[in-house]
Design a protein around this ligand. Structure first.
Ligand SMILES: [Zn+2]
Length: 188
């Protein structure tokens, strides 16, 4: 891999080469530096199930079974569920609804460093919104791969979107209460 040098004394990998490495899925496996990897696998934390249950309870009330909760300083500050049919708005995914509700009443900068819990791995639209908001951590239940067996999905992972954003590192934790989230599809 080619390197560039600048005045700061650090090694800089060539960006194109770095992207090629990520495309090969090697960045995560090799523990690449923060300059290269913008998605970081984050271990499950003790509070994750409690907050995921709130996201799943939202999902149970959604037009499609997807729900989200935004948590700051150990407190739920916004929730959202899929309102695509109710609002005649295909962009009203649980994550988008939770973000819009939050920014309707609060400064957007307060989302920086927040955690977003979602019953389904964020699609590229929602993950893009999460990145633009500077949300620092995403915890999801069912993966896009799992969801794609239930209904159509854009097959781009949340990790791929985060890794394409060179200005932010998002911690991502997947699989928290996935069976509970997937079971909601059986009730619809
Ligand atoms: Zn979405």
């Amino acid at each position: 891999m080619s390197r560039k040098t600048c005045g700061c004394g650090a090694d800089h990998f060539d960006r194109r080469a770095a992207l090629a490495t990520m495309a090969g899925g090697l960045a995560a496996a090799t523990g690449a530096s923060p300059a290269q990897a913008h998605a970081k696998r984050s271990p499950v934390r003790p509070e994750d199930e409690k907050f995921m249950q709130i996201a799943i309870a939202e999902a149970a009330k959604g037009d499609f079974p997807f729900g989200a909760a935004i948590v700051r300083e150990d407190k739920v500050v916004s929730t959202g569920r899929n309102l695509g049919v109710t609002n005649h708005d295909p962009t009203a995914h649980g994550e988008m609804v939770a973000i819009r509700r939050f920014v309707a009443d609060n400064p957007a900068k307060e989302l920086k460093g927040a955690t977003l819990y979602t019953s389904g791995e964020p699609c590229p639209m929602c993950m893009g919104a999460i990145v633009w908001c500077g949300i620092g951590r995403v915890v999801y239940a069912a993966s896009i791969e799992q969801l794609s067996k239930r209904l159509g999905q854009i097959m781009i992972t949340s990790r791929a979107v985060a890794e394409a954003a060179p200005f932010l590192t998002v911690e991502i934790t997947g699989g928290v209460l996935a069976p509970e989230a997937l079971a909601l599809f059986d009730k619809k």
